[in-house]
Structure formats: structure tokens, C-alpha cells
Design a protein around this ligand. Structure first.
Ligand code: FES
Length: 152
């Protein structure tokens, strides 16, 4: 959907900003909001571009850079960090051959850190796109990634 068409669904109010950004970013294949799109949203809502940029930078689920088809977010907060012997981040980096904030050359995976995913009791946890995976072990992480690689 074109951004101008999506914007027409929303009232011209600042409190719609996060909803607009979320819906549009989720629809885009490269899951990010470009500079030109920031300008267009800013004009539509009549809010300063700096306001749109501050929202984009505040929430880890937004990006102003192109990302892969599958966005893997590793929880970096303490309960996940201390709950297991498994170094989730290192395993994923090794499996995909990328580091934090990088995208695989085939544009299929982007690896990011995130704050708490709200399931600390089942730590460690990651989110891939909209799905959360918990109680991670090395084998479980490899199996999960294999599923996504099959459907690339
Ligand atoms: S600290 Fe990782 S899910 Fe809460």
C-alpha cells in the first residue's frame, strides 16, 4: 500500500503517529521508514519531522534503515542475560554470519537487540518478526533459524 493511501485511513492527529509508523513499517518489505516518508507523515499529521524522528529512535521496533525480511531481536535485559548458560546472541551471529544491527547479504535476516519482551519468566527470549520464542537452548535456536531459512 502506498503511504498516501495508508495515511488516508487515519485522522490527522498526533496521537495517530505510532499506529501509522507501525502499520506502514510492517507492510514494507524492507521494514523501515525512510527520510522521505518521515517528511510525508510529518506533513500529513502537521507535526515537526523532529517529532517523528524522536519516536522512531525511541522505540527499538522502529528503524530508519532498510532491514531484512525477518527481523530477529534478542532481549538484552538482565533476566534474559543471567538466566541461562546459552549465549543467544553469539549463537545467532555465528549461524547467520552477521553482527548486531547488520543484515545478511541476501536481505533475509536483520539482527538487533531489544529491551524486555515481557516474558522474563521464560527467559532467555527472542522475537522474530511478530513471534516470541522462549526457553531458548542452543539446539532450539538453531532449529528455529532453520525453519526461517527453509521459507526464505
Ligand atoms: S528480560 Fe528478557 S523477556 Fe524480560
Amino acid at each position: 500500500m502506498l503511504l498516501k493511501d495508508l495515511l488516508q485511513k487515519y485522522p490527522k492527529r498526533e496521537d495517530q503517529l505510532i499506529e501509522i509508523l507501525l502499520e506502514y513499517q510492517n507492510e514494507k518489505i524492507d521494514h523501515y521508514i525512510s527520510k522521505e516518508e518521515i517528511t510525508e507523515i510529518s506533513k500529513y499529521l502537521d507535526v515537526p519531522e523532529s517529532k517523528v524522528c524522536s519516536v522512531l529512535s525511541f522505540y527499538t521496533f522502529f528503524s530508519d534503515k532498510p532491514r531484512g525480511k525477518h527481523i530477529i531481536q534478542v532481549c538484552k535485559d538482565v533476566p534474559c542475560y543471567v538466566s541461562s548458560d546459552v549465549d543467544v546472541l553469539k549463537i545467532i551471529e555465528k549461524e547467520l554470519g552477521i553482527r548486531i544491527n547488520e543484515t545478511t547479504s541476501n536481505k533475509q535476516f536483520t539482527l538487533e537487540l531489544t529491551s524486555c519482551l515481557g516474558c522474563c519468566e521464560a527467559a532467555p527470549a527472542i522475537r522474530i518478526n511478530d513471534k516470541i520464542y522462549t526457553h531458548l537452548t542452543a539446539d532450539k535456536i538453531k532449529a528455529i533459524l532453520s525453519e526461517y531459512k527453509v521459507y526464505m
